[in-house]
Design a protein around this ligand. Sequence first.
Ligand code: 16G
Length: 253
Amino acid sequence: MTKYHAVREQLLDRLDQMAAGEQLPPERELSASLGVSRMTLRRAIDDLVARGAVRRRQGSGVFALGPKLDTGLVATSFTADMRSRGLRPGARTLAFERRPAGARVGRRLRISPTAGVVRVTRLRLADGEPMAIEQLHVPDALVPGLGAADLQDASFYDLLRTRYGVTVVRGVQTIEPTVLDGDESASLDVPVHSPALQFERTSWGERGAADGDVGIVEFVRSVYRGDRYQIRTELSVPSASSTPPGGGTEGAA
Ligand code: 16G
């Protein structure tokens, strides 16, 4: 292991014991206590910045970011998810408009391209810290009277249930890596081109037993900060009976 790798491991060990927002000792002190040059230390810290373990604040030092938030494979709302972690959820409406769905969004919502949708872009916060940007599309017909202020610091899923009588019952989601553009990184208060996780979710709703299925209620593209989020999945071992012919070996003849 090179000196630089050893320093990085030592810093990661130290960070494991630190709370989010706690500050690392000044560079001079840290390089002396670790027995490395300031240049080696700086390189190791650059690496930790890129991994999302620490944050540099110009002129004030290096701070621990704390463990990443795990996001699982459940159709929860941002609000419910934050509350379950003991964090205060927030939503700031950045843009709100009514417009025709267009071909792409129409396909996702399974409505005509000329049908109206409400498109809302919101910054989502946890204890006041920006975490994600969501661009939500909802068929206009589903949410008559919905206005920009309704979604400010409020839960869309709660509003759907309480005002429109619709409960989200299932969803399909894709997750892929991306980098943040200039506007996104400014809103999320991270450097431009920072890594992020892009989620695209389509959700279906129901209006109680009487009316039943209401079809697709949302198509959402969200970008979550890569330095604050990780995906956690429970893995199950396939039972012998569900093993495909060929022993389950990918590409087996
Ligand atoms: C989550 C969902 C989003 C949904 C929102 C509702 C992901 C990737 N996306 O952010 O599809 O619209 O929750 O949250 O998890 P709200 O009820 O707090 O507005």
